[in-house]
Design a binder for this molecule. Structure first.
Ligand code: ADP
Ligand code: ADP
Length: 218
């Protein structure tokens, strides 16, 4: 049976950082809805054009567009054994749609690690985030600096600051998270799938706790 892990947490909690590490350790494909949207923006596709305004304002892209995009990604050959989902689902409607689509892929959500981080910390994290152009690796100018400023340690590509990591957009993204995504904490808790992890710990400690939660669920 295919295995699916959903990483839940506010913007800046460390989902992308941890997903890259854990996907490699578990041999799972990392599926980030934010990265998929950014690839479409870069490629100037129809999907990218539809998503752009929502992303720039720090709003969620409508459910139907997002669900179709993720379904198409999970259908691909490299996901036959499952995936590590980062940034999806972000609404209860997306969570319901995920449950349905995974039935077609011979799987289900196995565990939902929730990386808990308070708002004040998120603002500082997103303000100092530097993202790699090629593969979405993330660094932080203070908490996780690259070896060479402006260059990705893993693939040598250029690091940039995301447009939506500017303070005004960050504030809106956090508000949108509390209104639309935080209800998923109860959604998955009530299904016995939630594993809460303290996301304020150093990156390696968070990885340890996430790995322990994932192994326990197997
Ligand atoms: P998300 O994908 O949840 O939005 P990221 O993984 O992009 O979060 O992390 C946001 C920022 O915080 C990045 O700059 C990253 O380097 C930094 N970061 C991630 N985890 C930690 C941590 N445990 N402690 C300090 N900084 C962290
Ligand atoms: P973060 O790293 O801060 O958690 P993401 O990279 O996951 O942010 O997402 C960036 C933007 O892409 C979001 O602000 C939103 O506009 C859009 N997006 C990503 N995932 C979803 C989703 N599941 N539903 C709707 N919009 C999404």
């Amino acid at each position: 049976m295919a295995k699916y892990i959903v990483l839940l947490g506010p913007p800046g909690a460390g989902k992308g950082t941890q997903a890259k590490i854990i996907a490699e350790k578990h041999g799972l494909v990392h599926v980030s809805s934010g990265d998929l949207f950014r690839e479409n923006l870069k490629g100037q596709t129809e999907l990218g054009r539809k998503a752009q305004g929502f992303m720039n304002r720090g709003e969620l892209v409508p459910d139907d567009i997002t669900i179709d995009m993720v379904r198409d990604r999970l259908k691909r050959e490299d996901c036959v054994k499952g995936a590590l989902l980062d940034g999806f689902p972000r609404t209860p409607a997306q969570a319901d749609a995920l449950e349905e689509m995974l039935k077609d892929f011979n799987g289900k959500v196995d565990i939902v690690p929730y990386i808990a981080v308070p708002s004040e910390v998120l603002i500082e994290r997103l303000g100092g985030r530097w993202t790699c152009r090629l593969n979405g690796h993330v660094f932080h100018e203070k908490f996780n600096p690259p070896k060479k400023a402006g260059i990705c340690d893993y693939d040598g590509s250029e690091l940039y600051q995301r447009e939506d990591d500017k303070p005004a957009t960050v504030a809106n993204r956090i508000k949108v998270y509390f209104e639309q995504t935080a209800p998923l904490i109860e959604y998955y808790r009530s299904r016995g799938l939630l594993a809460e992890v303290d996301g304020t710990l150093p990156i390696e400690k968070v990885t340890e706790k996430l790995m322990a939660a994932i192994e326990k669920a197997q």
